[in-house]
Design a protein around this ligand. Structure first.
Ligand code: HEC
Ligand code: HEC
Ligand code: HEC
Ligand code: HEC
Ligand code: HEC
Ligand code: HEC
Length: 372
């Protein structure tokens, strides 16, 4: 009973915040454009108004003088929660709002959910990934979108549960960094920073040197979502290959996001880096745990088709994994009992099923590229 009263009260607070914040947002924008909403870099504005949407100077109810007593996740969900109360990007349920006839942008809430696309990152509580999509073959393989959401099985835990940042740190440094608690702000900068999806170049707690993804990718409302979770290039179009080794950010979202995920999961990043076919997956990294690794950097040397050279490819973190969470499940005994990198079979926070944010059930993801 106590809990129920708390919950009801909390919903009231959250709705109040969303409305108060939205009132402060000013004129209507018709696109879900980057750094929009309250996440605006104030730049040269000497009298910014936004601060008051989130902070109280003498009467803060939380650390960092935040005006809301709930967790940071609750705070973000007051706009990015189920139903899209304060943004069309409902990260909690992996859904983009603003159907035919509905304008994108504010006013938020009460719009139609889009059933033909799903948010690129998947979702934290629910997602629309067609995790049993049977399509296969070069040029035909895809991972479609479900018309209705399904409950998520694994996610980056933002509910306060601690877990291990697998593969964090240099070669030979163990399974990863234990007891890490994530929040939305571990990866995103709530103040806006002019980077792609306001991602922090150095995520909180990351041992990496930092990787800034420039905000140069398309950002119409539909670009925050995808109709195909296998091909994560914007518009499904692969960028032109550099052939010479050129790692300029802002060209391939697959290369960029892999380099970014590896700021935390350092030792998961692997690529073909030379003409020698005996590298990448057949090269011993020297690490006793992450010893041989599937290519994952979305980039590398390829002799396939003329000319040979450095090319973008789809072997990237976000081809196989959803960034926020996935509804894929692991009913098969082999897939569900894979040991974690530290050798354990049970590990919080996702120890119910070993689903690992994958986009297909069991190892269906392998068949999207290999036809064994
Ligand atoms: C007052 C409502 C509100 C709150 C609170 C809020 N957001 Fe947003 N957010 C928005 C709006 C509005 C947009 C622009 C998209 C749209 O029009 O729906 C946006 C956009 C974003 C984007 C996309 C940015 C880009 O570069 O394209 C991210 C990521 C994001 N928010 C994360 C967060 C996180 C993390 C929190 C909590 C720290 C948070 N938001 C809290 C309203 C909010
Ligand atoms: C969308 C909500 C939001 C808005 C708008 C906002 N903040 Fe914050 N702020 C946060 C959150 C959440 C934190 C907690 C720490 C973190 O995640 O960076 C924070 C932390 C801070 C901090 C301490 C940590 C740091 O990053 O330096 C300062 C100082 C700060 N805010 C100042 C401001 C000022 C000044 C403005 C207006 C120009 C502003 N904030 C607008 C949400 C917001
Ligand atoms: C582990 C890092 C991480 C955490 C934690 C995280 N995000 Fe994200 N988020 C990302 C990445 C990476 C993307 C870009 C995905 C893409 O474009 O493929 C993203 C994208 C988004 C978007 C744009 C829509 C989309 O699906 O691409 C929104 C909105 C957003 N995040 C909000 C949030 C909120 C709210 C939270 C907390 C409840 C949160 N994020 C926690 C990494 C994270
Ligand atoms: C070709 C598909 C694929 C790519 C690319 C990929 N992963 Fe994975 N990942 C998997 C599978 C499958 C698992 C489940 C464990 C297994 O089967 O070994 C997994 C598991 C994980 C785990 C959980 C711990 C573990 O090792 O089991 C983490 C963390 C992870 N991946 C991070 C990443 C990061 C970061 C990238 C990009 C640098 C990446 N993955 C690229 C398929 C992939
Ligand atoms: C801020 C550091 C950080 C960043 C950046 C980050 N992760 Fe993680 N990741 C973690 C932590 C901590 C865990 C363990 C706790 C959990 O699952 O939330 C984890 C767990 C995972 C897992 C295992 C989930 C399971 O089943 O328990 C996968 C897979 C994964 N991350 C993939 C990714 C991918 C892909 C990206 C880039 C889009 C990424 N991570 C970016 C910190 C990070
Ligand atoms: C996005 C496409 C893609 C996915 C998904 C994928 N692979 Fe691969 N895999 C490749 C390609 C292409 C190669 C060849 C090396 C390279 O360029 O990465 C490869 C190489 C390999 C190799 C090494 C072969 C050799 O000659 O050294 C193995 C083993 C393998 N994959 C297994 C798997 C398994 C198991 C899964 C599912 C967990 C999987 N792959 C998912 C594309 C993929």
């Amino acid at each position: 009973m106590r809990n129920m009263r708390k919950t009801t009260l909390f919903v009231g607070i959250v709705a109040g915040i969303a409305i108060a914040l939205l009132a402060g947002l000013g004129t209507s924008t018709q696109t879900a454009s980057a750094d929009a909403g309250p996440h605006v870099d104030t730049g040269t504005d000497s009298t910014p108004d936004k601060c008051a949407s989130c902070h109280r100077i003498h009467t803060g109810q939380n650390e960092y003088l935040l005006k809301e007593a709930g967790s940071e996740t609750d705070f973000c969900y007051s706009c990015h929660g189920t139903g899209g109360p304060g943004s069309d990007l409902a990260a909690q349920e992996g859904t983009l709002y603003g159907g035919a006839g509905d304008p994108y942008g504010d006013p938020y809430g009460g719009k139609t959910e889009l059933a033909t696309v799903g948010l690129r990152a998947g979702g934290f509580d629910a997602a629309r990934i067609d995790t049993t999509d049977p399509s296969a073959g070069y040029g035909s393989a895809a991972i479609g979108v479900l018309a209705t959401t399904e409950t998520v099985v694994s996610n980056h835990a933002i509910d306060g549960t601690a877990g291990t940042t697998w593969g964090s740190g240099p070669i030979g440094s163990g399974a990863g960094e234990p007891s890490v608690t994530l929040g939305c702000g571990s990866c995103h900068n709530p103040h806006g920073n002019g980077q792609y999806r306001i991602l922090r170049p150095v995520p909180v707690g990351a041992p990496g040197a930092g990787y800034a993804i420039p905000d140069t990718y398309p950002k119409a409302a539909a670009d925050y979502a995808t109709p195909d979770y296998l091909n994560m290039y914007f518009g499904g179009v692969a960028p032109a290959n550099p052939i010479v080794d050129d790692r300029t950010p802002g060209v391939s979202i697959l290369m960029d996001t892999s380099a970014w995920c590896a700021q935390c999961h350092t030792r998961y990043l692997a690529e073909h880096h030379a003409a020698d076919p005996a590298d990448a997956s057949r090269e011993d990294s020297g690490d006793p745990i992450f010893t041989y690794r599937h290519t994952s950097s979305g980039y590398g040397y390829s002799s396939y088709r003329d000319p040979a050279g450095f090319k973008f490819n789809n072997r990237a973190c976000i081809t196989c994994h959803a960034s926020h969470g996935s509804n894929a499940s692991m009913p098969g005994p082999a897939s569900s009992s894979v040991e974690w990198p530290d050798g354990s079979v049970v590990n919080p926070p996702n120890d119910l099923e070993r689903a690992s944010l994958l986009k297909m059930d069991n190892r269906g993801i392998c068949l999207k590229c290999h036809n064994e």
